[in-house]
Design a binder for this molecule. Structure first.
Ligand SMILES: [Zn+2]
Length: 443
């Protein structure tokens, strides 16, 4: 009889919103010595729209948004026209962790967005983004006192980004420190798949991107000090993940400097596609005679009769209205005459699956610098960023596999199949992507 082969293990460290280009330039400048030691990152695409909750729901299920049902940070119920914040309860597809459990793999999942409420898995789950109360975000619940002793924090207080930047930075550092302590303790548990998510990179990028870019004044040194801490965290994790275990780093979207916030609903009003009533809030403010409205970022819905609660566009007119909208969006320019929208996707180009009917009809992707908003009150199209100087980008996320090569040209949807392949688990048919693992180790 042959000896039992040691089963494969994988550690995933996800850094929310860390761009490939930023990482590559930082490695070249010697800012990320520990990350550079692991290998060379490859660029991957995000999802549409490139929002953390959509990207991580896609990672968590291996499926595109119409497969798992989450299309944005906010979503609408087309019948009641009410807005809501989708949670893990709204996922229509089984999670990667449950599938790994089925294959006999024990999983520890820390802080991944859209994992609240937490699932009972074989392993440990600590909820991420959208969970505001740690006591309700931990499975098994018996782990809670240990996390409390470690001073575990899910997220910095998001309101501080607007009100107290100095304190916000402190909380960003404190939250990373608490994540370190908890990871190093939980790594000693039994696991085959371990994933820890760092949301603070997205937070600091939103509020301090300009500080990082501009050497003079502001919080320039603090921004780079934080990224040195992140690099040190990666190095310390790598030192604890033994060589027989794969180590994967990734992000979910890129980031760039925010120049203008662009309210697409105000633009739709200008074009005569949207009209607001004098009262009401959210979608209830929309005049039923409107032909379209937008939700952040860049999601456009035709006000289709029979689908939208206040629908007034007939089926027969849908295609014409949608093409008029696409052309109108492409024409949007700023005061200097620069185009704002780089591409408009029809939903059938990017989505497929059981939630397709709830997908936006068009998805507009902006050029760098134009953060697409969707307000439900009459206002100007262009406004300066409210305390924020960074915004998400679609084509500039990254992946890096320690000591091994990854193929370029993939997207975050290709990471779950890569994970299963690395763990030696058959890739589920339902997954939309393909493994980007290159054959053979580099070193
Ligand atoms: Zn993100």
């Amino acid at each position: 009889m042959f000896g039992r082969r040691k089963s494969k293990r994988l550690f995933v460290l996800s850094l929310d919103g860390v761009p490939f280009s930023f990482l590559q330039a930082g490695i070249a400048a010697g800012r990320f010595p520990n990350i550079a030691e692991l290998g060379t990152p490859v660029r991957i695409d995000s999802v549409l729209p490139p929002i953390s909750s959509v990207a991580w729901a896609s990672f968590s299920t291996g499926m595109n948004p119409a497969g798992h049902g989450i299309f944005g940070f906010v979503d609408r119920d087309p019948r009641t026209m009410e807005l809501k914040l989708p949670s893990a309860r709204d996922l229509l597809a089984p999670t990667v962790w449950l599938r790994l459990n089925e294959a006999g793999k024990r999983a520890i999942v820390m802080n991944v967005p859209v994992t609240y409420p937490p699932q009972d898995i074989d392993g440990i789950m600590i909820s991420g983004f959208l969970c505001t109360d740690l006591s309700r975000g931990v499975r098994p619940a018996g782990l809670l006192p240990r996390l409390r002793r470690l001073g575990y924090r899910i997220d910095p207080d998001p309101n501080l980004g607007m009100t107290d930047r100095a304190r916000y930075l402190e909380e960003i550092f404190e939250t990373l420190a608490s994540r370190r302590r908890a990871v190093f303790e939980l790594m000693r548990e039994e696991w085959d798949f371990f994933m820890v998510h760092v949301m603070m990179t997205d937070r600091i990028n939103h509020f301090f991107w300009a500080d990082g870019e501009e050497a003079a004044g502001g919080y320039h040194s603090e921004f780079w000090e934080f990224y040195s801490e992140v690099d040190r965290f990666v190095g310390d994790v790598a030192g604890r993940v033994t060589d027989d275990t794969d180590l994967l780093l990734l992000s979910d979207h890129g980031f760039c400097r925010l120049r203008w916030e662009v309210d697409l609903n105000a633009y739709l009003v200008e074009g005569g596609f949207l009209r607001f009533k004098k009262s009401g809030d959210g979608l209830s403010r929309i005049d039923p005679a409107s032909h379209a409205y937008s939700l952040i970022p860049g999601r456009i819905y035709v006000n289709l009769r029979g689908r939208e609660g206040i629908g007034s566009v007939d089926d027969a007119d849908y295609s014409r209205v949608r093409e008029d909208l696409a052309a109108f969006l492409a024409e949007l320019v700023d005061a200097a005459g620069n185009r704002v929208i780089s591409r408009v996707y029809r939903r059938e180009e990017v989505y497929h699956g059981s939630a397709f009917d709830r997908a936006p009809d068009l998805i507009a992707l902006p050029f760098d610098g134009y953060d697409l908003k969707a307000k439900f009150a009459p206002a100007g199209v262009f406004a300066e960023g409210q305390g924020r100087s960074g915004m998400h980008t679609h084509p500039d996320a990254f992946a890096l596999l320690r000591g091994k090569e990854l193929l370029t040209g993939g997207s975050i949807l290709d990471i779950p199949p890569t994970v299963f392949s690395l763990l030696g688990v058959p890739v589920p048919e339902a997954f939309d992507g393909e493994s980007i693992r290159a054959e053979g180790a580099k070193r």
